[in-house]
Design a protein around this ligand. Structure first.
Ligand code: NAD
Length: 290
């Protein structure tokens, strides 16, 4: 029996790619899901569905009624998902609104969808490479777009919410998250253009693993506000990580050696803080870099 059985969980953005799978996953673990989303999705499984706007105080107040936990996924999920103003304001206002209302009500734990983009390089306009590999929580940031800035600011909002309301927040810095079929297609593109994946460390996460990482964050015993990377253990590239880094980032320091297709991201916080280890890996053969 899951610890979440009988708990009411508000999921914002529940009709999205990650939200749909997460709503189903948490419902299967016995939770009562309240879904808040600006759009409807026929395959959404939830106990209560509210069509509303996460930036609006009254919509979030209605959706948060009776909630024991909150999972905040609602966002414009890419820099091109709207105007710069729409992307930035939707993301930071909705996150603040959700955290502030959860804090005022004494809700003890919120999980927020962060992003690998919060370090700024994956969508950066300049041809920058990370300061070192593996990417970790101390990696220097360089922001040149409003989506990445919004995700970085969400992490600051979470820290503020912890200091003010004492609310525990886990911000999951997701890499590209998708179904196994879509991830396999992306892997094919990366095989043809390996360099294109470098600033994300060729990372990915299956949507089912994203849903499980959210469940683990809800039941974790962490206190305070934590933000960390998570990803599948192996890259979406068929080539060995050491070979890729030697070819495409010869001047970037490597703090350790990577074994075969090991993802060059520090996954230790995900393991230690929420006990997460990906269960769904791409099944691709390892090849020699041509
Ligand atoms: N999928 C990825 O690869 C990925 C990677 C990193 C981070 N993330 C983050 O994870 C979260 C979920 O991503 P996704 O891929 O499921 O995105 P998605 O676009 O599929 O889903 C987002 C959902 O939020 C809803 N939404 C948007 N603005 C809203 C608002 N103001 N009020 C209420 N609902 C609103 C949309 O209707 C949609 O259902 C986002 O915060 C995104 O930034 C996703």
């Amino acid at each position: 029996m899951s610890e979440l059985a009988g708990a009411r969980i508000l999921i914002t953005g529940a009709s999205g790619r990650i939200g749909t799978v997460t709503s189903k996953h948490l419902t299967a673990s016995g939770a009562l899901v309240t879904a808040l989303s600006s759009s409807v999705n026929e395959s959404l499984v939830a106990d209560r569905i509210i069509i509303g706007d996460a930036t609006r105080e009254d919509d979030v107040a209605e959706a948060m009624d009776g909630a024991d936990f909150v999972v905040h996924l609602a966002a414009l999920a890419h820099r091109t998902a709207g105007t710069p103003y729409a992307v930035y304001s939707t993301n930071v206002v909705s996150t603040f609104n959700v955290l502030a209302q959860a804090g005022e009500r004494g809700i003890e734990r919120v999980v927020v969808a962060g992003s690998i983009n919060s370090y700024g390089l994956p969508q950066n306009d300049h041809p920058l490479l990370p300061a070192y590999f593996p990417l970790d929580t101390d990696i220097p940031i360089d922001l040149s777009d409003w989506y990445s800035l919004s995700k970085r600011n969400d992490e600051n909002a979470a820290r503020m919410a912890w200091r003010h309301w004492g609310i525990n927040v886990v911000t999951l810095r997701f890499p590209h998250v998708n179904s196994a079929e879509e991830l396999a297609k992306i892997s094919g593109k990366i095989r043809d253009d390996p360099e294109s994946g470098i600033r994300e460390g060729w990372s990915y996460l299956d949507t089912r693993d994203a849903a499980r990482s959210i469940e683990l964050s809800l039941t974790a015993r962490t206190t305070g506000a934590h933000a960390f990377f998570l990803a599948a253990n192996n890259t979406n590239s068929p080539y060995r990580t050491e070979d890729l880094l030697r070819r495409y980032a010869p001047d970037v320091p490597r703090l350790r050696r990577f074994v075969e297709r090991e993802v060059p991201i520090d996954l230790t916080p995900a393991r230690k803080l929420i006990g997460f280890q990906a269960a769904h890996e791409l099944d691709i053969p390892t090849l020699d870099l041509p």
